[in-house]
Design a protein around this ligand. Structure first.
Ligand code: C2E
Ligand code: MG
Ligand code: MG
Ligand code: MG
Length: 286
């Protein structure tokens, strides 16, 4: 059986046996219609300041609400959508939907949207981003695009130019899953990035592993030196959050602060509860 339900209740199809499996082929043909049929949903996972726990933004994470299979994980269909090109349409939809959802969030909060390598290769990306911003009225500075190192490996010559265009618009750029791939330090210098998202593998064993601690503090020094924000992914325990704060990490994301959830149930009040005045007092006191 190529299908199993993960710990989070999402259905995943084993990509190895899955691609040859009749059920997976069926899934691929259904994927093309999933958008028109209104089966794609965006959930949002909060991103917080590790010191105050204030809400600073949220990452849009896509789900396929399949009539027979239930909620299908993006780990199952993003790969298929990249292989058959559907990711271009799906990604453009996610951008528009995320900007629409985030426009009512508090000022200075961001919405982070994942962008697949194939989307980055397309000439339309900048136009798609401009359209999503214009249509929703979201200020460009409140949109952040999450890109992965694999985009740099397959990069065409015009990638830097394209990223520079996005920067000119005012859109933020985050490097996702840092440390899980090739992690060439050259990328950090060459590409105009605003944020490094440290992969959850370094957070998972942080409290036991001296190596993970060393890596996290090196990335902290690196991001500070390069003027980038550092966010750690996959924070599940208070111990991890405390430890990361001690290591100088400023932002976090993970089940401890909130699971991916519908836009309507996000707790945006967290930031207003602890407004700038309160934070200043805290800083002065601490
Ligand atoms: P990602 O961008 O690195 O997203 C973080 C993943 O970690 C999400 O998985 C999230 O649910 C999970 N996560 C968050 N906190 C925790 C935690 O505390 N513990 C654990 N164990 N996991 C945590 P998800 O939602 O299954 O998404 C998987 C990947 O699918 C994403 O990884 C991203 O690469 C891709 N993806 C999701 N939505 C989109 C999209 O709209 N476009 C593109 N191109 N890719 C997407
Ligand atoms: Mg991401
Ligand atoms: Mg990630
Ligand atoms: Mg990931």
């Amino acid at each position: 059986e190529a299908r199993h339900a993960g710990a989070d209740g999402l259905v995943e199809f084993d990509p190895e046996s899955g691609v040859r499996h009749a059920e997976a082929r069926q899934l691929e043909s259904e994927l093309w219609h999933a958008l028109d049929r209104g089966q794609m949903k965006l959930l949002y996972q909060p991103q917080v300041a590790l010191d105050s726990r204030a809400f600073v933004g949220a990452e849009a994470l896509i789900r396929w609400q399949h009539p027979q299979h239930g909620m299908i994980s993006p780990l199952t269909f993003i790969g298929i959508a990249e292989a058959n090109g559907f990711i271009v349409e799906l990604g453009a939809w996610a951008l528009k939907q995320a900007c629409r959802d985030a426009v009512s969030w508090p000022e200075e909060t961001v919405v982070a949207v994942n962008v697949a390598p194939l989307q980055l290769q397309r000439r339309d990306l900048v136009a798609d981003v401009e359209a999503a911003l214009a249509e929703s009225g979201l200020p460009a500075g409140r949109l952040q695009l999450e890109i992965t190192e694999s985009s740099f490996i397959t990069a065409a010559d015009d990638l830097i130019e394209k990223l520079q265009c996005l920067k000119t618009l005012g859109v933020g750029l985050a490097l996702d899953d840092f440390g899980s791939g090739y992690s060439s330090l050259g990328y950090l210098a060459r590409f105009p990035l605003d944020k490094i998202k440290v992969d959850q593998m370094f957070v998972r064993n942080l409290t036991e592993s001296a190596a993970s601690q060393a890596i996290v503090s090196s990335v902290q020094a690196l991001s500070a030196g390069l003027g980038m924000t550092m966010l750690c992914e996959g924070i599940e325990t208070e111990d991890q959050a405390r430890h990361l704060l001690q290591l100088g990490c400023s932002q976090g994301q993970g089940y401890l602060f909130g699971k991916p959830q519908p836009a309507a149930s996000l707790n945006l009040l967290a930031r207003q509860d602890i407004g700038p005045a309160v934070r200043q007092v805290k800083r002065a006191a601490g």
